[in-house]
Design a binder for this molecule. Structure first.
Ligand code: TRP
Length: 448
């Protein structure tokens, strides 16, 4: 493929596509409940610190690998290390991590489709709290509907992917990301005009460090990697589509700002509402599917806002599933020389085949456990606690210790045309701080 047609057509396209990959269920579904369980604002501050200090340098590093080689994640590591083919394993590692994440992520993404339909047809309205939670369990434990929703979501993603990087990924991101922001702001306005808005906001913004444990700090660190989609080659792949004249630092900075902003705005939507209607902010993973429908039920025009909210969640999930599948498709197109269409369909079927086990692990396969976890929990855990930190750690060691510094500097400064004032700080983080932080996550995951 010729280079000029390979990637994104503009910097804003690159930022929106990569921010779309980063902004996802992690921001709207996972972040609020982790924050709720870990002292609100304290978690927020710690997470912000990690995003800025470690997340951005790691994202830049993945971009360097991708853009330098103009390749999918496997090709990238192969080209970066011509004398030591062993590093190519890292690329395959990324592909496997992406498939496993996609397998369980698409389950929760599929749920949004059901909730969009339920909310917009009024099926969530007027239910008692106990009924809302029963409806959630009844749906997620069903053997057909969640699987169908998952398949639909996979198909929707594959459809975008078949249109290619510019006409599919970039175009869709340029439309959906602004829509996501607008919907989110609309929801914020609704939430901020609720009676106990200030209570919710002070929970979100006033840090209570007494509630933040060591585990909470690690959670904030892990969340920053998960949320920025680091450690599995997503940003290597998208990095290969960034134009040579764009600044990798500014691009990473903007993506991270978008990602943080969506997480914070999701908190602004959720906590005032949760407090206004006397729900538990530490409601756990069920927060958005069980707690929020109750909240919507008790507000005027709640049905409309519920539908908007789940639509927003679905959009956030879709731009992420696109970037997950693109990791695999870029690989099969460039390394196996399959067509884009064939790649999309086959990779979708593979993910579906594995993902079904995740979808069913809330129902018929509830007792089919691996080391005491359901298949869904197991995939979530091995990817977030092991594969992601291992992948990112190996990447920092490769780039920081085995790849020439001058070449990294050349890529980050666009061949010397940018000043790169912070380069030394970046390089220090790449070599020492990030590997250490990743090692701590990894060890605590193994011990805890
Ligand atoms: N960042 C995504 C979210 O917050 C989840 C995610 C993790 C991801 N790793 C990824 C998405 C790789 C795309 C590619 O929901």
């Amino acid at each position: 493929m010729a280079n000029e047609t390979r990637g994104f057509t503009s910097n804003i396209g690159a930022i929106l596509a990569a921010a779309g990959g980063a902004v996802g269920l992690g921001n709207i579904w996972r972040y609020p409940y982790m924050l709720g369980q870990n002292g609100g604002g304290a978690f927020l501050l710690v997470n912000m610190f990690f995003v800025l200090m470690i997340g951005i340098p790691l994202m830049m590093s993945e971009f360097v690998i991708g853009r330098r080689t103009q390749s999918n994640v496997v090709g990238a590591y192969r080209k970066m290390s011509p004398d030591h083919k062993g590093w190519t394993v890292l690329g395959y590692f990324g592909i496997i991590a992406a498939v496993l994440i996609y397998a369980f992520y698409s389950v929760v993404a599929g749920w949004t489709l059901n909730y969009i339909v339920m909310a917009s047809t009024g099926h969530l309205s007027g239910l008692e709290p106990a009924e809302v939670s029963e409806a959630f369990s009844a749906f997620t434990s069903h053997s057909f509907w969640p699987v169908l929703c998952q398949l639909l979501f996979l198909a929707l993603t594959a459809l975008v992917i078949t249109f290619g990087v510019q006409k599919g990924i970039e175009k869709v991101s340029k439309i959906l990301m602004p829509v996501l922001f607008i919907l989110l702001l609309l929801m914020c306005v609704r939430s901020l005009t609720l009676p106990a808005a200030s209570e919710g906001l002070s929970f979100l913004f006033r840090p209570d460090f007494s509630k933040l444990t060591g585990q909470g700090v690690l959670g904030a660190l892990g969340q920053s990697f998960f949320s920025l989609s680091l450690g599995m080659g997503a940003m290597v792949t998208y990095g290969s589509y960034i134009r040579k004249e764009d600044s990798l630092f500014k691009t990473s900075l903007w993506i991270s700002i978008c990602d943080l902003m969506v997480a914070i705005l999701a908190g602004v939507v959720i906590f005032p509402a949760v407090f206004s209607f006397g729900m538990d902010p530490a409601g756990g993973p069920q927060l958005v599917y069980v707690v929020l429908p109750n909240v919507f039920n008790s507000m005027p025009m709640g049905g409309v806002f519920a539908a908007i909210f789940f639509l927003l969640l679905g959009i956030a999930a879709l731009t992420s599933t696109i970037s997950l599948q693109e990791i695999v498709v870029a690989f099969t197109v460039e390394e196996l020389h399959w067509s884009r269409r064939k790649s999309s369909i086959i990779s979708m079927l593979v993910v579906f085949f594995i993902g079904v086990f995740c979808a069913l692990s809330f129902g018929v396969l509830k007792d089919a456990t691996i080391f005491g976890h359901t298949v869904f929990e197991f995939f979530d855990m091995i990817t977030a606690s092991y594969l992601m930190p291992i992948g990112a750690l190996a990447m920092t060691i490769f780039l920081g210790w085995f790849f020439p510094k001058v070449e990294i500097k050349d890529e980050i400064t666009n061949g010397g045309t940018l000043k790169g004032k912070l380069f030394e700080l970046y390089y220090f983080i790449l070599r020492y701080v990030a590997p250490l932080a990743l090692l701590v996550i990894l060890i605590s995951g193994i011990v805890g």
